[in-house]
Design a protein around this ligand. Structure first.
Ligand SMILES: Cc1cc2nc3c(=O)[nH]c(=O)nc-3n(C[C@H](O)[C@H](O)[C@H](O)COP(=O)(O)OP(=O)(O)OC[C@H]3O[C@@H](n4cnc5c(N)ncnc54)[C@H](O)[C@@H]3O)c2cc1C
Length: 365
């Protein structure tokens, strides 16, 4: 029995991992890029650990620790160090309750969940991706963008951009919903188009490195968020040095998790919406005004997420359930990932594994 997993983000990797552990299933993962991980990107710049996408997961979520234990990297988990978030009011950084900070950041979690803090990996969120990619090395095929899905009797024909193809008894689509929606529509899944309409919001993250002695303000906690409404309400005319304020939030990365920056250095991560101009210059200028930073950053690294975090529409869960109902009438075909069952990394792992189990059950029938 052969299963093709489309997409090697964390959801696709988790699906493939679960399928290989099931036994008796030949798994192939098709990924359009030349690397695994999708939105999860960890880079090592000098002796800094730089996160382009997610930097952690809620400490109460069991999915990543379970996966890490299976992969033999359970002892690489690290817990959040500095706690607490401030609000930039346009004039000052004022401590706020963590649940409120999460809400302002659009993190979908209860106050109690956020209070338990976050966890990550000693070498960043890329660690479980690297461990999965190593274990799945024989199954991963890069630069294999899937362009079409066609039903062939009780099997599937998966067409790759450029002309090649794979036949499979089961398929897991672990793609962003806008890509999966197109494929589902093509195989006649009513509601496929509706799924594909999930909006993925653009954002930019900028990592900036400084020497500790460049930072004029004592960094308290794990970072700050900017309440744009609050700033607007407080200041009919924008205050000097802070306007126009593009910055949405800043994580003090080197305080949040251990090992993110060498001694005597600070790593900051700024979150911006899509903007004109150089995000690194904008982030540095605005952070310099807020945190009293002297001089230029030692280096900066910008990550553009043209379609980053999904935002579900009203009745999203209903649309997803209806589409899954229709998929169950086809040869084994499942959807997984951030577009359906929650955008957090843990939810994506769970979604990938559930899709794999569903396919394995359907093929056993
Ligand atoms: C800036 C940012 C910060 C975040 N921070 C956090 C955080 O701190 N904690 C947290 O829990 N979550 C966070 N998230 C959310 C989380 O990282 C993502 O939702 C999750 O990683 C998505 O995983 P996925 O596998 O569903 O999708 P993706 O990572 O998007 O993977 C999909 C894969 O499919 C591939 N693909 C696309 N089209 C095709 C095709 N036609 N053929 C083959 N392959 C294709 C893509 O190249 C990609 O590799 C963050 C997200 C962003 C953008």
């Amino acid at each position: 029995m052969r299963v093709v997993v489309v997409g090697a983000g964390i959801a696709g990797l988790a699906a493939a991992w679960e399928l290989t552990r099931t036994g008796g299933i030949d798994v192939t993962v098709l990924e359009s890029e030349r690397r695994a991980g999708g939105v999860i990107v960890t880079e090592h710049v000098e002796r800094f650990v730089v996160e382009g996408g997610p930097d952690g997961f809620l400490a109460g979520e069991p999915e990543l620790p379970e996966l890490a234990n299976e992969l033999g990297i359970g002892d690489h988990l690290v817990s959040q160090g500095a706690r607490g978030t401030a609000l930039w009011t346009g004039k000052a950084l004022e401590p706020i309750e963590e649940g409120r900070a999460a809400q302002l950041l659009g993190i979908d979690a209860s106050s109690a969940e956020v209070k338990a803090g976050f966890r990550s990996f000693a070498n960043g969120m890329g660690e479980p991706v690297a461990a999965l990619a190593e274990r799945l090395a024989g199954t991963l095929r890069f630069a294999q963008g899937v362009a079409g899905l066609v039903r062939a009797g009780s099997r599937w024909h998966v067409a790759i951009t450029g002309g090649s193809a794979h036949d499979a008894d089961g398929v897991v689509l672990a793609l962003p919903a806008y890509s999966a929606g197109r494929l589902l529509e093509a195989v006649g899944v009513a509601g496929g188009r509706a799924l594909g309409e999930v909006v993925y919001l653009p954002s930019i993250t900028v990592s900036l490195a400084y020497r500790t002695d460049q930072i004029g303000t004592a960094l308290t906690g794990a970072g700050f968020v900017v309440d744009r409404n609050f700033v607007g309400a407080q200041h009919a005319a924008p205050p000097p040095n802070t306007a126009p304020l593009h910055l949405r939030a800043c994580t003090y990365a080197s305080q949040k998790f251990p090992g993110r920056a060498p001694d005597g250095h600070v790593l900051l991560r700024a979150y911006l919406p899509s903007i004109d101009g150089d995000p690194a210059n904008v982030a540095h200028a605005e952070l310099a005004a807020i945190l009293g930073i002297r001089g230029d950053p030692l280096w900066s690294r910008v990550f553009y997420w043209n379609r980053g975090l999904p935002r579900y529409r009203a009745r999203h869960a209903e649309h997803v359930a209806a589409a899954r109902g229709r998929l169950s009438r086809l040869p084994p075909l499942a959807i997984a990932g951030a577009g359906y069952d929650g955008a957090g990394v843990s939810a994506c792992v769970r979604s990938g594994r559930e899709a794999a189990r569903l396919i394995a059950r359907a093929m056993a029938r």
